[in-house]
Design a protein around this ligand. Sequence first.
Ligand code: SF4
Length: 316
Amino acid sequence: MAVTEIPRVAVSACLLGEQVRYNGGHCNHRLLQSVSKNIETIPICPEVGIGLDTPRPTIRLVHDDDKIHLIEPKSGTDYTDDMIIWSELQSEFLIKQKISGIILKKDSPSCGLERVKVYHNGNPRKEGQGLFAMVFTSMNPQIPAIEEGRLNDAVQMENFFARVGMMHRWWERDQQGWTMASLQQFHSEHKLLLQSRSPNAPAALGRLISDLSGKHPQQLALEYITLAQSHMNTIVQRKHIAGALRRAVGRLPKTISGRSRQRVHTWIDGYLAGNAPRMAPLAVIEQMFEIAEIEHLPWKRLFQPFDMNSGVFAKI
Ligand code: SF4
């Protein structure tokens, strides 16, 4: 399967408006509509996937015998094995589709990523993970995964799609086959972006790819993106974004006057203090690179507004 021009993202089908929920309804997510032209979505519904009807009796996670089971309480039917087998096959299929992210419905015993109810002797504890979500994320820790509820937070939404963008570029390079040179190039392009989320990431990843133990570049590239995504799976902090922006100012050509640079630092200070959106210093620095007619790839990777029209950048 060739890599598509825009990232492919798997999404719980009910979030896309498909009437696949246990009650025959859906839970269409309005934010997904606002970004849908920038991603190609692949709908997935694990419960329909294992052959359950719509509508259907509810199922739940039950702790029994030191194991978690997926049970339909009404009939007592245990769907655990069916769901695990389907989830493994579906995870392999999604990786063949070269997906760059996955958005899952929270609280679901199949799709929920965290704090899903697990019943102990009939009493629920919010401590589990939906079975499909558990299988997919353990097989593919490199793929950014998020619950739809977190997309309501603009900072988390922007970070998720920054990770999706990086994953998509990784797939594009992967298609050509990795060499040590292309992996080092990928790393140097993404240093600023990585630093803006996790200041220790560039050094840790640099050490990984300077490994001279003779690993095949293809294997190293997978280890690289897995570690990079785990560093980027973080709560984004203004001070880290500001640090990366100041580094970018240091990369501006000498033709940019000291006074102009100082003006950018003032915008960065304003962003850091919470008085200006991130877009303000981003736009000023971008304009300076443009005026100087310099294509600075690490900057491009940091300044990669996912979608100006989504309104996300006005809120962060
Ligand atoms: S939460 Fe998952 S399993 Fe439940 S209806 Fe939505 S897609 Fe299907």
